[in-house]
Write a protein that binds this ligand. Structure first.
Ligand code: ADP
Length: 468
């Protein structure tokens, strides 16, 4: 089976977040299952700094190789892609994003034809690649080269849709009657068109697949998604087990596995407490948060809980950057309680690994969460997540059940300060019951978030499409 993987971001060539991470890892996992994958992305300026050799081929296109020998082709345009940012600069989004990604989508289909790479599936990611299913039908519907090619559109975060003024539609070279499938409150919405024209739609967790079909989480596209409900599937992202492995992690003070987790984690905890000048205490829980400081991540709930920090017997470490208002607020509270709380406003890979290893509890009270990686990393490192019952958090964290003494995390149902508080209260009580907390840690270690499992699910979607 041949698949063309089409994404604006593919790690290590270009990445601003989860999209790049997934699109750098999933092709490799698919290849290991025997699927012939070709990756196609824009030739952004940052690609020259990715540390991998970029070759100019005789076919007039630059190429590089991902792990497992997967070929990556770069759609070139000095005008559109040779810029410092992927999507924008300090002034906001680039004003010509509609044309930039239209160009990428059309040229991707042209390139496959030129290279004579006949693929069974074009797998498109997010709004940047969402016009590919549209052009596949509108431009290439009669082309024998694409007669059997099917499309899959994966939504990584429905909050980003690629919405442009309706006048931009005129630049897409599509028939007027197709505007209806783009129309979104008088504007042109690329993702909407992709959802309507893609043969299958996937998103990054089963729970998020259900949620986005409701007004609360549908970002205005719930009815469109419901109209295609039988084509929508949720597939949980995996975790890169080579990067996230406490037994081999080069950033840790002490490495560990399930057998020696207790002593090693306490050494890592002490190290963190010293580094951040918190009081060195093993008898109170150290809580961590790693992530973007944005509304999505539930920082409002964290701030609510931190208001009463004076009376709390716990410590909190926060690593993140983002919204200036959150940054200031968190730093103000940390300054008041230097022995209990520290905030680091950076993107710091090393510190992130150390927090996952040294903390007892990991906070993730997200407002919404398409999949979420942090909670999976927490579980992998034996750091017990405290999460809101939403999106991918539902599919990865098993709520602690006090009567059966099962579960691997603490979950609250309603997005409110009180409910987060209650879950936290329960987590702290269990932390003090050493035997029980140990048991929860072992359950956390047992979870399987391997990419092979996800790749297997994508393969099923592909096979199902081919047998249609
Ligand atoms: P997002 O919605 O940002 O994609 P995820 O939980 O899916 O959230 O993934 C975020 C990833 O980025 C995690 O691996 C997390 O550890 C990492 N991360 C986020 N913020 C930081 C930071 N300030 N420093 C280091 N790593 C970070």
């Amino acid at each position: 089976m041949k698949v063309a993987f089409c994404s604006a971001e593919v790690f290590p060539f270009a990445k601003t977040g989860g999209l790049g991470e997934v699109c750098g890892t999933l092709p490799v996992a698919l290849k290991k299952r025997g699927i012939d994958v070709t990756v196609i992305m824009p030739r952004f300026r940052c690609i020259q700094d990715c540390g991998r050799p970029i070759r100019e081929t005789g076919e007039g296109v630059a190429t590089a190789t991902l792990d497992e020998g997967i070929p990556v082709y770069f759609i070139e345009s000095k005008l559109f892609f040779d810029r410092d940012g992927l999507y924008g600069d300090a002034h906001g989004d680039y004003p010509d994003n509609a044309e930039r990604f239209q160009y990428y989508c059309l040229q991707t289909l042209e390139l496959l034809r030129r290279l004579k790479r006949k693929v069974d599936i074009v797998h498109c990611h997010d709004w940047h690649a969402a016009l590919i299913p549209v052009y596949l039908k509108a431009y290439y519907g009669d082309d024998p080269f694409y007669a059997k090619t099917k499309s899959v559109l994966t939504i990584h975060n429905l909050a980003h849709q690629g919405v442009f003024p309706d006048k931009d539609y005129g630049k897409l070279g599509l028939r007027n009657d197709l505007f209806e499938s783009f129309e979104f409150f008088g504007k042109a919405n690329f993702l909407k068109a992709g959802i309507l024209h893609g043969d299958r739609i996937t998103t990054v967790s089963p729970q998020y697949a259900r949620e986005i079909q409701t007004p609360r989480f549908g970002c205005g596209l719930e009815a469109v998604l419901r109209s295609r409900a039988d084509k929508v599937t949720g597939i949980l992202n995996g975790l890169n087990y080579e990067v996230w492995n406490p037994a081999t992690d080069p950033f840790l003070k002490e490495r560990y596995s399930a057998d020696d987790v207790e002593t090693a984690k306490s050494a890592n905890k002490t190290h963190l407490q010293k580094e951040f000048r918190l009081s060195v205490r093993s008898d109170i829980p150290l809580c961590g948060f790693v992530g973007r400081l944005s509304h999505q991540k539930g920082i409002d709930l964290i701030l609510k809980v931190l208001q009463d920090m004076k009376d709390r017997d716990m410590q909190v470490l926060i690593l993140g950057s983002g919204d200036g208002k959150y940054q200031r607020h968190l730093q103000e509270i940390a300054a008041q309680y230097p022995q209990k709380m520290a905030v680091s406003i950076h993107f710091d890979e090393r510190l992130a690994h150390q927090i996952y290893a040294g903390c007892d509890l990991l906070w993730m009270p997200s407002h919404f969460e398409p999949c979420g990686l942090s909670q999976m990393i927490g579980l992998r490192y034996g750091t017990i997540p405290v999460v809101h019952h939403v999106g991918g958090l539902v599919d990865t964290v098993v709520p602690f059940d006090s009567s059966r003494r099962t579960g691997n995390g603490f979950v609250f149902d309603k997005y409110s300060g009180e409910d987060f508080e209650k879950a936290l209260h329960q987590a702290v009580a269990v932390f003090h019951n050493k035997a029980l907390f140990r048991r929860i840690r072992q359950d956390a270690f047992a979870a399987d978030f391997s990419w092979d499992k996800s790749a297997h699910e994508y393969e099923k979607v592909y096979r199902c499409l081919l047998s249609d």
